[in-house]
Design a protein around this ligand. Structure first.
Ligand SMILES: [Zn+2]
Length: 68
């Protein structure tokens, strides 16, 4: 099963973002609303892609809130 975990990886990408009110609870940086894209790959072959929107910190990049 450990071997299986090494075969699967996930990539998170910010497609575009715009400033939003709010501050990061971790570093106090500014927040922005971003259109995210998560690609799950198996043996480096993408097999699942998901688009979602989230409120992220522009400074440290942590996800403050996600809209589904
Ligand atoms: Zn932050």
């Amino acid at each position: 099963m450990v071997f299986f975990c090494f075969m699967v990886d996930q990539k998170r990408k910010v497609r575009r973002s715009r400033p939003a009110p709010g501050i990061c609870s971790r570093c106090g940086g500014g927040a922005s609303v971003a259109d995210m894209k998560t690609a799950t790959r198996f043996c480096h072959v993408p097999f699942y892609c998901k688009s979602w929107r989230a409120l992220i910190c522009t400074f440290c990049g942590s996800v403050l809130r996600s809209y589904r």
